[in-house]
Design a protein around this ligand. Structure first.
Ligand SMILES: Nc1ncnc2c1ncn2[C@@H]1O[C@H](COP(=O)(O)OP(=O)(O)OP(=O)(O)O)[C@@H](O)[C@H]1O
Ligand SMILES: [Mg+2]
Length: 239
């Protein structure tokens, strides 16, 4: 199977002049469809910067990212926005839900934004919420949902456009252990069932058992890349 996401030679620094500090230092990686890949590393090691660069949210100083064959950072701003809408889904630590909207409306929103008619959007949103087990919570607002339920609404919203790639930055860190495990297990189910490429940045080593691969980054470089065998759960060096 060929990689769905290819990052090649990513270099990035923040700040200017003497305060300019390198965050990504020539980082390359490939991510496969149908797999959950975890990106782990110490605070400040560049995980979120990497995810933003491969997710088309932050233009790196150098390097290229290809998703399904398209070179993201060669697109115009408008084409990149359209590409992200068509191919990418995003999940964040803080859920990023609108306080005034019901679960159904949160999930329908990206479809409405994409010009899909109201009734179709609602029907697809309902189906997406059912996929994450929230069919009985359609009309609740964020304040009426638990943390785990809020993150599942965010996942349903990311999934409703059927993205090829799902980017998640610390999706479980605001959740207790049980809800965190449920969320990562759900992401793994999605990867397997839909062939989605799932890239998760996390501190949480408990998520490893729900991933196919673990990349460690340090100082803006990949220092290890391990594949987790599904049959034995033994960790092998990726080829
Ligand atoms: N917008 C920004 N402006 C300036 N510096 C930044 C910016 N974003 C990140 N940095 C710096 O880049 C480095 C890497 O940050 P990044 O957010 O990628 O780390 P991280 O691995 O995600 O850390 P954490 O685990 O704490 O989320 C840090 O030293 C951070 O201070
Ligand atoms: Mg981070």
């Amino acid at each position: 199977m060929s990689a769905a996401v290819i990052a090649n030679g990513l270099v990035h620094a923040f700040g200017s002049g003497a305060a300019r500090s390198p965050v990504l230092q020539g980082l390359s990686a490939e991510f496969m469809p149908g797999e959950v890949s975890l990106v782990m590393g110490a605070s400040g090691s560049g995980k979120s910067t990497l995810l933003a660069a491969i997710g088309g949210l932050l233009r790196p100083d150098r390097g290229e990212v290809r998703i399904a064959g398209t070179a993201l950072w060669s697109l115009t701003a408008r084409s990149l926005e359209r590409f992200r809408y068509q191919h990418c889904g995003y999940i964040f630590q803080g859920f990023n839900l609108f306080p005034a909207l019901t679960a159904l409306d949160q999930v329908a929103l990206p479809l409405r934004f994409g010009g899909i008619a109201k009734n179709t959007a609602k029907a697809r949103a309902e189906a997406s919420l059912a996929e994450v087990g929230l069919e009985a919570r359609l009309h609740l607002r964020p304040a009426e949902l638990s943390g785990g339920e809020k993150q599942r609404v965010a996942i349903a919203r990311a999934l409703v456009t059927r993205p090829q790639v799902l980017f998640a930055d610390e999706p479980t860190s605001a959740l207790d252990s049980l809800n965190g495990t449920a969320v990562i297990a759900l992401l793994q189910d999605i990867a397997r069932a839909l062939g989605t490429t799932v890239i998760v940045v996390t501190h949480d080593a408990r998520l490893i058992r729900h991933a196919e691969r673990v990349l460690q980054i340090d100082n803006g470089r990949i220092i290890s890349d391990e594949r987790i065998s599904r049959t034995s759960m033994a960790i092998e060096k990726a080829a």
